[in-house]
Unconditional design. Structure first.
Length: 196
């Protein structure tokens, strides 16, 4: 009886430790080379594994890795290595949760939003919009960010910024023959940070 209780307690303690595991800056950085090389499968596997091990983590790094997971899945879909149905399932699990997106050059020019974050403020409401492409300029992600507080776009223009917030909506392009875009993310309660 005592032996079975001891085994149970050891198993329970191991489970608790694994649930309390946090994603570190080193974990986050380890995925970046795969994304830069557009090795979507490796980035997806690595980010998925980290997220599984740190399910109870509430750190900012987890929200960054969750975004990488979405980005890698969209990249796989763009190369027909993941179905659009599966992409919808993968991204759908983040709905209502915080994500922290990649950094991009901030711009006030709405005509040039490829791999830049276009910032605008109208009637006291600020918005960010980014079109993310791969190396061949195929559109992978559209990001529409409603910022929680108004910002002055001129303050950020020309600097690298990162936006985050709550994933409010997602829309996967249902037409696999239409490669104009793969997925659109709508972010609410957004924020923006200068990184450079």
């Amino acid at each position: 009886m005592k032996k079975s209780i001891l085994i149970f307690l050891l198993c329970f303690a191991t489970f608790q430790i694994s649930q309390a595991q946090k994603i570190t800056q080193e974990d986050y950085k380890s995925i970046i080379p795969f994304l830069q090389a557009e090795d979507w499968k490796s980035a997806y596997k690595m980010s998925s594994k980290l997220l599984e091990k740190a399910s109870a983590d509430t750190s900012e790094y987890k929200t960054m890795v969750a975004y990488f997971n979405i980005y890698a899945a969209a990249g796989m879909t763009s190369e027909n290595n993941m179905s659009r149905k599966k992409l919808n399932e993968v991204v759908g699990k983040y709905k209502g949760q915080p994500i922290f997106m990649a950094g991009h050059l901030a711009s006030k020019d709405g005509k040039n939003t490829l791999n830049k974050t276009f910032l605008s403020t109208t009637d006291g409401k600020s918005n960010g919009f980014t079109i993310i492409t791969n190396r061949t300029l195929k559109i992978i992600l559209l990001e529409d960010i409603a910022l929680a507080k108004p910002v002055d776009p001129a303050f950020y223009a020309g600097s690298t910024v990162r936006c985050g917030g709550t994933l409010k909506e997602l829309e996967v392009n249902p037409d696999k023959n239409n490669n104009d875009w793969i997925i659109k993310l709508t972010i609410s309660n957004g924020f923006i940070r200068r990184t450079k």
